[in-house]
Write a protein that binds this ligand. Structure first.
Ligand SMILES: Cc1cc2nc3c(=O)[nH]c(=O)nc-3n(C[C@H](O)[C@H](O)[C@H](O)COP(=O)(O)O)c2cc1C
Length: 164
């Protein structure tokens, strides 16, 4: 059996962590692997926030359904479905003006775009999970981030077309 399959077979959610920081080099290694994940139309409709401030981790531990182990995690990454970058790019590229000139309505991000962005974010997240596992770092998804998403939008100052 090869090492990748072994890593996949051994993976399990880890909710208690050693008090050991994860170095910038290791984080960067995980990030580089994560950014190799496939994305819809190669649009990379996701962003990642590396939450390093302890006060933010403490807040997340409460707002994500009182899961205190979040505050103890040396590494907390937020995976965001992000259509804002492209929307901003369209705006900076004067798409609105071009649409007016051609008398066509400018298309706004729709539900389908959100689904694609969620797919990109999830695939990136799972790629990060495998990369971290392969380096001996156990972790756990926190789906409850979505439940109080308006609070998290404010906490991380997320723009309109980004969802965490
Ligand atoms: C989208 C998603 C959201 C999850 N959210 C939470 C969570 O908020 N808290 C938690 O303790 N585990 C969470 N988990 C972990 C699951 O509970 C866990 O993967 C499942 O019970 C299977 O256990 P295993 O990962 O050890 O194989 C989540 C997993 C996924 C995929």
């Amino acid at each position: 059996m090869n090492e990748v399959i072994q890593t996949l077979l051994n993976r399990k959610s880890i909710r208690a962590y050693e008090e050991r920081p994860i170095s910038a080099d290791v984080k960067n290694e995980i990030l580089c692997a994560t950014l190799r994940a496939p994305t819809a139309g190669n649009m990379m409709l996701h962003s990642i926030i590396d939450v390093t401030e302890q006060s933010l981790k403490d807040t997340l531990a409460q707002t994500c359904d009182d899961q205190s182990f979040i505050a103890q995690a040396p590494m907390v990454w937020l995976f965001l479905a992000d259509y804002q970058r492209w929307y901003d790019y369209f705006r900076f590229s004067a798409v609105e003006k071009a649409c007016r000139q051609r008398e066509v309505a400018q298309r706004r991000p729709e539900e389908g775009d959100l689904f694609l962005a969620c797919c990109d974010a999830l695939i990136a997240a799972q790629t990060a999970v495998i990369a971290a596992e392969s380096l001996g770092i156990g972790l756990c998804y926190i789906g409850d981030i979505l439940e109080k998403y308006e609070i998290h939008r404010e906490l991380f100052n997320l723009p309109d077309y980004v969802i965490g």
